[in-house]
Design a protein. Structure first.
Length: 132
């Protein structure tokens, strides 16, 4: 069913980063065109930080950074230019064994720890492991 629906779905203005990342990865996984999703996904990246939920959001967050990096890494996007920014962002949002949300809340959370580990794992993913 996704193979029928996805070719007709277009990213709408003000779509969240997580939706664009999911669409990019789903199209890749189904063997559909996906590379035109890289540019809109990279637009969520903030210089000297990670990825933000919406293009108008002034700060990055761990969830958006994790899912964006996962989608980009899995679709073989070259992450070298954004890796230093994202690593700094993740390091700044690590506290006492857990990752923080990234919005200033210092609550250590299992969900954000998952997204933090997803982000870090995506940054160290061995190039060329997954081909479509």
């Amino acid at each position: 069913m996704a193979r029928v629906w996805l070719p007709f779905y277009n990213v709408k203005k003000n779509s969240p980063c997580s939706l664009v990342a999911a669409l990019c990865f789903a199209r890749f996984d189904l063997g559909l065109g996906y590379k035109n999703y890289h540019k809109p996904l990279i637009a969520f990246h903030l210089e000297k930080a990670g990825f933000r939920a919406f293009e108008t959001t002034p700060f990055s967050d761990t969830l958006s950074t994790g899912v964006a990096l996962f989608a980009l890494a899995e679709t073989n996007y070259d992450l070298r230019l954004i890796t230093p920014d994202c690593l700094d962002f993740m390091q700044n949002n690590y506290l006492s064994g857990a990752f923080l949300s990234g919005d200033g809340d210092e609550t250590r959370d299992l969900e954000y720890t998952f997204y933090g580990l997803l982000a870090l794992g995506s940054l160290v993913k061995e190039k060329g492991k997954r081909q479509k």
